[in-house]
Each structure stands twice: as structure tokens, then as C-alpha cells.
Design a protein around this ligand. Structure first.
Ligand code: SF4
Length: 426
């Protein structure tokens, strides 16, 4: 039996695509083995969000090549789209496929097994549908409903790599959700490159709201978690209608990037801080204890100390549950790459450290607010008699209990640590 090993870098969309590829190759009789083991085929799904992500992607290819010099290495994803030639020339990759048509990868691998060569598939003009799920643990399935972005934010390379907006047909998405619930998954994560643009390319132009209502109804006993949203999506009506669904996780990842209006404008973001705060307030009105998580870029070209202070002030007002902080990374090919007023590495790192200090205090405050309350937790792993899982708000919770993997339990929270909650099963 041929063995296949997978490695994923980057976002949830990549994770979904890897899950789907695992499923497709298993259906063709491949055994999926851990990446550190010897395999006949290595599939590496790469990321290009920063220059460091490109470098990491190339290092993983080299590692696979060292591990099994005669194996086939197939590389797909954003970094392959961007630096594919270099990956073949310098790192030993055999098959390169970019961001589209990943569902064709199993065919390309089989061609390569037989002839040591492959043909590049024709581009497709519709959503490259790959069945979700297929994981052994059946805890959380990712469901990709959208691909592509045309927002061209000044720092981002994605629209140059995935610029066709493509959405999964609404009826297919809804029946996929029903199937995943039937297969026993306890949580479905709705992913895409920019899910706020869901539906704009489809003939009937369904909205993200319609899609989510359809999915929540089709899988009423499964938690539905949303991927990253643009603030423009969240209106009062949107939050109100979704609050009727008790299976929708009160966890909203709203991209912020900067809390300074001048910087947001320079970044080419399509909202200002007032609109962002309005979206957060609607969410809190209809989902009172919800987790608002976000991303932040510090040290964008031209960001002054005063601009950065405005960002910190905004974060204090917003009180997010968690913030992913990125020092700005110059990306060749983007609008911000050649801007004057680039900050030094030391300046960017200093701002990232200051923002991290504030954000971890805000996170602790959010965690503390749950002590004495009850949370619903999906348990995913167990070690030495301690089971751990995530609440609907995506807070890590630990309890003393065995053999509750994949169970959803009510937990009374008894204490909060720096980045985790502890409690007792009720
Ligand atoms: S919305 Fe902006 S940051 Fe997000 S993928 Fe599109 S261009 Fe990149």
C-alpha cells in the first residue's frame, strides 16, 4: 500500500484543503502516515502570507527530501504559486500546483508515479469543490465555502495569488453540513480566503447570512464556528438574525489590523475604527459574552508613535478576547513594499512587544470574567487524567476527567490561568 504524508502551513483554508486531499487519497487506497515517517508521497500545502512563511515552506520541502530521498514531493498552495520554480530547483520538489484546482492533485500524483512527469491541469472557472471531513477523530471539520480575494490591501500578497472570487453553491454547502453532522462531527468551521465576499460570484448572489442560516438549520446539533470576517459584514440585522441559532459559536474573528484611521486608510482597509466598533457593539448586544478576536499589524510603513498609541487606545476600548499580532513584513509585489517610511526591525519588534503586553492583560481579563460561570466544552484530548477542549467562545478549558474525547459537556469554571480555564464537569 502506498503511503502519503501531509504538512500544512498557514490558514484554515489550507487546513481544510489538506483534510480534503487526505480524504481523496485515502479513497484511492493510500495510507495516511505522520509527516515524520517515511512515505512514498509527501504533500506540502504552503503559505506565502509573509516572507518568513515562504521560507518555512521551502524548509519543509527540504526536510521531506532528506527524510526520503526517493519519494515524490508534491507542493501546492500560495507559496508554490509564488515561488514554485525555486522549490523545484533548490528544494527538490517534484510536482508544483498553485492555489487553484487542488482537487486535481491526486491525478497528478498518480501520473507522476507511472511516468515521472505530469501535465498541469486546465484552469477551472468554478469553485473547486472538495468534500470536507474525513478525519479519524471526527471532532472538528473545516468546510471551505469561498476562495479568492480582490480587496488588494496594501500589505497583502493574497489577491495576486488567489484573485478569482469563487463560492461554493449554497445547496451543496448546506448538504455538506448535514452530512458532516451525520458522520459524527461535533463542530464545523466555515472557512474561506475572504468569507465576507461569499456569494458575489454565484448567479443568485446568496449572502453569507443566508448561507449561515442554511448551515445552522441543516446541522442543528453541531457547533458552527466562523472564520475571519470583515467588519462591513456585521450589521444589526445580521447579528440579530444569527443570534437565534444556539449552535452558532459566539466567537467572531473580526479583522482589525490597526486601531488608527490614518493607518487603516494607508493599508487600503475598507472601514474605519468607528465602523469596527459599531460591528463589535452589535455582536455584543446579541451575543452578550461573545469572544471578539482579531489580527493586528504593527509597524506598517508610515505608522508613527502617535498612530501606534491610537491603536493601543482603541484596543483598550474594544477589549478583544485574543489578538494575533504581526510585525509588518515587507512583501515584494504589494503596494506597501516600496513605500517610504519603512520602520526598522527593532521599532516593529518593540511595538509588537508592547501590543502583546496589553493584549495578554485583556485576554486574562476576558478569561477571568468566566470564573463561576458555565461553559459548553467540546473535549479533544486527554493527558494524565486531564481532559482539554474548547468552549463555544474558543477558550481552552481543562477538567479532571477521563475518556470524554469528542463529548460536549457543561463545565463550571473554577479558575482562570494566564491562557486557560479550569473547571468541573456539571
Ligand atoms: S482582505 Fe486584505 S488582508 Fe484579507 S486576503 Fe484580502 S487583501 Fe489580504
Amino acid at each position: 500500500m502506498m503511503k502519503a504524508a501531509f504538512y500544512t502551513l498557514g490558514c484554515k483554508t489550507n487546513q481544510f484543503e489538506t483534510q480534503a486531499l487526505e480524504r481523496l487519497l485515502s479513497a484511492r487506497g493510500y495510507a495516511v502516515v505522520p509527516f515524520e515517517q517515511k512515505a512514498d508521497v509527501y504533500i506540502i500545502n504552503t503559505c506565502s502570507v509573509t516572507a518568513i512563511a515562504d521560507k518555512k515552506s521551502r524548509n519543509v520541502i527540504r526536510r521531506a527530501r532528506q527524510l526520503a530521498p526517493d519519494s515524490i514531493i508534491a507542493v501546492c498552495g500560495c507559496s508554490a504559486e509564488h515561488t514554485g520554480e525555486q522549490m523545484m530547483r533548490d528544494c527538490g520538489a517534484d510536482i508544483i500546483l498553485g492555489t487553484e484546482e487542488k482537487s486535481r492533485l491526486p491525478d497528478m500524483i498518480e501520473q507522476y508515479v507511472k511516468k515521472r512527469s505530469y501535465t498541469i491541469p486546465e484552469p477551472i472557472e468554478f469553485f473547486d469543490y472538495m468534500p470536507a471531513g474525513g478525519l479519524v477523530g471526527r471532532t472538528r471539520a473545516l468546510l471551505k465555502v469561498q476562495d479568492g480575494c480582490r480587496n488588494f490591501c496594501a500589505y497583502c500578497i493574497i489577491p495576486y495569488l488567489r484573485n478569482k472570487l469563487l463560492s461554493l453553491d449554497l445547496d451543496i454547502a448546506v448538504s455538506e453540513a448535514a452530512r458532516l453532522e451525520k458522520e459524527g462531527y461535533r463542530e464545523i468551521v466555515i472557512t474561506g480566503i475572504e468569507i465576507s465576499s461569499y456569494g458575489v460570484d454565484l448567479p443568485e448572489k446568496p449572502s453569507l447570512l443566508q448561507l449561515l442560516e442554511g448551515i445552522c438549520n441543516a446541522a442543528p446539533n453541531t457547533r458552527i464556528r466562523l472564520g475571519s470576517l470583515e467588519p462591513r459584514t456585521v450589521t444589526e440585522e445580521w447579528a440579530k438574525r444569527l443570534s437565534r441559532y444556539k449552535n452558532l459559536c459566539p466567537h467572531f474573528h473580526l479583522s482589525l489590523q490597526s486601531g488608527c484611521d490614518k493607518t487603516l486608510k494607508d493599508m487600503g482597509r475598507r472601514y474605519n475604527t468607528a465602523r469596527y466598533m459599531e460591528a463589535a457593539e452589535y455582536l455584543r448586544k446579541y451575543f452578550p459574552d461573545c469572544a471578539i478576536t482579531t489580527d493586528l499589524i504593527v509597524g506598517f510603513p508610515g505608522e508613527t508613535e502617535e498612530d501606534f498609541a491610537q491603536t493601543l487606545e482603541f484596543l483598550e476600548k474594544l477589549r478583544p478576547a485574543q489578538v494575533h499580532i504581526f510585525p509588518y513584513s515587507r512583501r515584494e509585489g504589494t503596494k506597501a513594499y516600496s513605500r517610504p517610511n519603512q520602520l526598522t526591525r527593532a521599532e516593529k519588534e518593540d511595538r509588537a512587544a508592547r501590543a502583546a503586553q496589553l493584549c495578554s492583560a485583556l485576554r486574562k481579563e476576558y478569561l477571568d470574567s468566566f470564573v463561576g460561570k458555565e461553559l459548553t466544552v467540546l473535549f479533544e484530548q486527554e493527558k494524565n487524567g486531564i481532559s482539554e477542549g474548547y468552549s463555544m467562545e474558543y477558550l481552552p478549558v481543562a477538567v479532571k476527567a477521563r475518556e470524554i474525547h469528542n463529548c460536549v459537556c457543561k463545565v463550571l469554571i473554577t479558575s482562570a490561568q494566564k491562557d486557560k480555564l479550569s473547571g468541573e464537569i456539571k
